[in-house]
Every structure is written in C-alpha cells, then in structure tokens.
Design a protein around this ligand. Structure first.
Ligand SMILES: Nc1ccn([C@@H]2O[C@H](COP(=O)(O)OP(=O)(O)OP(=O)(O)O)[C@@H](O)[C@H]2O)c(=O)n1
Ligand SMILES: C[C@](O)(CO)[C@H](O)COP(=O)(O)O
Length: 249
C-alpha cells in the first residue's frame, strides 16, 4: 500500500508563452476575448478560485507580459505571484517556471493557457493524486482510432493500427512534485540528444529521463479541449457561454 503524504503547497503554472501560430491571429491566441474575457483570464480564473491552489505563476509570450499583468489586475486575481516571460518553446517556458520556483518542496500543476475550460474537479483530483503519486498525467481515452505510418514509395503508408483500448489523449495540467520534474528537465537539458530542447509535453520528459517514476492517470474531459486551430476558438466560446449546462464531459 502506498503511503499518503501530507499535502504540500500547490502551484498552478499557466503556460502562455506561445504565439498561437496555428490560430493565425495578429496577437497570441491566449489574448483572444471570448465570453467576456480573454482566454488567459478564463484559464487563470480556474486556478485562482481553486481551494487546493496556493499560488499561480504565469509565463507570457515575449512582449506581452505587461498585457498579462494588466489582465491579472483587471480580473482581480489574488493568487498570481509572478508574471514571467516565456521561452522560445513550450519546453523552455516550462523550464523558466521551474527555475523561478527554485528548490521549494511543492507540487506543480503545469497547464496550457490554451485550455480555458479546465474543470475544478480535475485540479482537485490531481492535487489529491500527488499525495500518493510523484507524477500525474491528465488524459482521456481516444475516441479516434490512431494509425502509425512509415515512409512508402508515394508518401506515408499505414504501418500499424494500435489497440485503441491503450490509446489516450494527453491533456493538462500535468502535475509533479517539484523535485521530480526539475530532475527530469535537468537531465534532459544535459543530454545533447534532447533535440532542440523540444518535447510536446512534460510527462514525456519524465518518462524519458526518469523511467522508473510511474505516471498516474487522472481522467480529463472532452471539455478540457485545447484552442489550437481557428475552429477551436468557436467551440471554446460556445462551451464557455453555455457554462455548466454544456455537454462534452
Ligand atoms: N514557447 C511557448 C510555446 C507554447 N507555450 C504554451 O503551451 C501551450 C500549448 O501550446 P500550443 O497550443 O502549441 O500553443 P502555441 O505554441 O501558442 O501555438 P502554435 O504551436 O500554433 O504556435 C499554450 O498555452 C502555449 O501558450 C508556451 O508557454 N511557450
Ligand atoms: C501538452 C499538450 O497540451 C498535451 O496535449 C500538448 O502536447 C501540447 O502540444 P502543442 O503542440 O504545444 O499544442
């Protein structure tokens, strides 16, 4: 039986260092106003209101930290301790957040600013899970069959159709005891093979550099979607306007 550890301080890290190239607006997508507030305000609001969260750290796209500070003041958030500049990739932005948190013994919940529909239930379950597990991935079972491809004579061809029962779609927050994720990133950055300091998510860095650390799954939700493409702005706006009555859980 795994021991239940005492609750540590929990820091919500809102990763907003990107520019939203795929959404294709002039300003970063987290500044798009939907349902009365910018996407980043919707996202910070969930952490600011969560009783389990002690502090919120925001990492904003270069050139927009002043705007993020203005929005934090406008919304009257009380837990935002730092607004910092993000890095050139999601990975670099995450590392800046970890460096800013230093050697504290706290829990971190690394969340995409581009997921403004995070439900409080997920934060509650992640913080509870970290009392037992050192690393937590929020994920939902894939409703699509995924295929693996290989180069063929006329382009990519299907080489494998994995068993869908084992395929999950990763979401955020991805949550860790701080010393665990720091160690994983330190090892990654010391590895010349960590190409371009890029990883598509944080659990992937832990899996690769600390393979003995089990990563526990907390169920996410369809609603916790990421605004990635122009159509997602419309979907997120509809769900935010419908509020708790919306389908998609
Ligand atoms: N240098 C970066 C790049 C991304 N992110 C954040 O990571 C999350 C997920 O990334 P994604 O959806 O890819 O955002 P963008 O990088 O902004 O989008 P795109 O790839 O289309 O440019 C977003 O909240 C984004 O702001 C970040 O903090 N720092
Ligand atoms: C971390 C993530 O949101 C999990 O789904 C995703 O991998 C981010 O990827 P992106 O390419 O930065 O959108």
């Amino acid at each position: 039986m795994t021991a239940l550890e005492p609750r540590r301080r929990a820091v919500g890290v809102v990763l907003a260092g990107g520019v939203g190239r795929r959404v294709g607006r002039d300003a970063p997508k987290q500044l798009i106003e939907i349902a009365g507030k910018t996407i980043i305000e919707h996202t910070i609001a969930v952490f600011d209101a969560a009783p389990e969260i002690d502090e919120v750290v925001v990492l904003m796209a270069p050139g927009f930290t002043g705007e993020a500070e203005r929005l934090v003041a406008r919304s009257g958030f009380t837990k935002v301790g730092k607004v910092l500049e993000g890095g050139a990739s999601r990975t670099e932005t995450t590392w800046r957040a970890l460096e800013a948190l230093g050697g504290q013994d706290c829990d971190v919940l690394l969340h995409d600013a581009a997921r403004p529909l995070l439900e409080p239930r997920i934060i509650t379950e992640c913080v509870a899970a970290l009392r037992v597990h050192p690393a937590v991935e929020v994920a939902i079972p894939s409703s699509d069959t995924v295929v693996v491809t290989a180069p063929g004579p006329y382009g990519e061809v299907v080489s494998e159709v994995p068993d869908r029962a084992r395929i999950w779609r990763a979401q955020t927050p991805q949550c860790f005891r701080l010393p665990v994720i720091r160690e994983a990133y330190e090892r990654a950055f010391a590895d010349p093979g960590f190409a371009g300091r890029q990883a598509t998510d944080d659990c992937g860095v832990v899996l690769r550099y600390l393979p003995d650390v089990p990563i526990h799954i907390v169920p996410g939700s369809e609603r916790n979607m990421k605004v990635t493409h122009p159509v997602d702005v419309l979907v997120a706006e509809t769900l935010l306007r419908l509020g708790d009555g919306a389908p998609g859980r």
